[in-house]
Design a protein around this ligand. Structure first.
Ligand code: TXA
Ligand code: MG
Length: 342
């Protein structure tokens, strides 16, 4: 199959929507990362998403809508919990995914067999145009091959999906650069299952009962069930070994400078660059968490583009604000391998 690279003109959005109406899968830009979108209510279409991605079938998909009223229009949930309504009112459209009890209308393949459904109203205008033109809610996981870094440009999607899907809508670079915050609500407590563009601090500013699931920054214990199935898989990894390194500016620079320059790359801050003598990729300024989030996946993809690189040593980001989301992705890319220098 040929994979068309479309733009965001009205004609191109209509063409992309026509593939979706036929049960096809289309690369969709969003403010977080690119998604692999298909009709969330069509079992056959959703099956094609899992096939294109090579994704385990117990890992549920996020259902994307263009308006809050789509929840009722497409009867996606059995009930909108009052806390979910509050979060939706305060944040949507946003990189925030809210898990709610699912209705029978949503096929079980979409939710990986769970009794809940994850719903998101994206901020990206082109994502919403595509949903509207398709006339259905769109199930969309990140548009990478399962396990590799998420795509933040249409070319990333093309590299992973060419020949497997009919079209990709090129909406430019994703603004946030990492996936949405996923929250569940139980007994009026909001639990962050995956940190993302809406930070824990943002949530706490509008609601007082907010917790962070243990698995966000820690490895699941033997036999522990994942609250969110996606948390149990190794994720976001380039082919090279990724290792997180925690330590002061000087300790990090000294450590990487001792490594073999032929086979090692340092993922560092802009301020580190002048002090590092091996190949390096800057993720942005130390204090600029938005830049670090924005550059994260492109930096991980770049590691494999450098000749001969076997290991990437990555500076451990701050845990504050958006840093928690960056750390959550990096610690999985590293398979929880962390070196403490101090
Ligand atoms: O920003 C995003 O969320 C992007 C864009 C395309 O919108 N999508 C995305 O989808 O990251 P995906 O499939 O790569 O990640 C969805 C995460 C997975 O960790 C999955 O396990 C979790 O959300 N999830 C989905 N439905 C769930 C449910 N009903 N209960 C618990 N976790 C759920
Ligand atoms: Mg993903």
């Amino acid at each position: 199959m040929d994979t068309l690279l479309l733009k965001t003109s009205a004609e191109d959005i209509e063409l992309a929507a026509s593939f979706i109406k036929e049960g096809g899968v289309v690369g969709m830009p969003t403010e977080t990362v690119y998604g692999l979108a298909a009709n969330a209510l069509d079992e056959e279409a959703v099956k094609r998403i899992f096939e294109a991605k090579g994704r385990p079938s117990d890992n549920p998909l996020i259902v994307h809508i263009a308006d809050f009223d789509d929840i009722e229009k497409f009867s996606l949930v059995s009930k909108v919990p009052s806390v979910a309504r509050l979060l939706a009112e305060k944040f949507w459209p946003a990189p925030l995914t809210i898990i709610m009890p699912k209705s029978e209308n949503v096929p079980s393949i979409t939710t990986g067999g769970l009794s809940t459904v994850a719903v998101r109203l994206p901020a990206d205008i082109n994502a919403r145009r595509l949903i509207k033109a398709s006339g259905c809610p769109l199930a969309a996981p990140s548009a990478n091959i399962s396990g590799s870094p998420s795509p933040t440009t249409a070319m990333h999607v093309y590299n992973d999906m060419k020949g497997k899907i009919p079209a990709i809508v090129d909406g430019g670079e994703c603004k946030v650069g990492l996936e949405s915050t996923v929250v569940s609500i139980e007994d009026e407590v909001v639990t962050v299952l995956r940190p993302g563009g809406v930070t824990v601090e943002d949530l706490k500013a509008v609601y007082d009962k907010v917790e962070v699931a243990d698995a966000v920054l820690n490895k699941l214990k033997e036999g522990e069930t994942a609250l969110s199935p996606g948390m149990k898989y190794k994720h976001y990894s380039p082919k090279a070994r990724v290792c997180l390194v925690r330590g002061s500016d000087k300790a990090f620079r000294d450590f990487v400078n001792k490594q073999n320059a032929e086979a090692t790359v340092a993922l560092c801050y802009k301020e580190d660059e002048a002090f590092i003598n091996i190949p390096k990729i800057s993720m942005g300024s130390k204090a600029d968490l938005e830049a670090q989030a924005h550059n994260l996946f492109a930096s991980l993809r770049m590691v494999d583009e450098l000749e001969g690189i076997k290991t990437a040593f990555v500076r451990c980001p701050s845990q504050e604000g958006l840093g928690m989301a960056v750390l959550n992705r990096l610690i999985r890319a590293a398979g929880f391998e962390v070196i403490d220098l101090d």
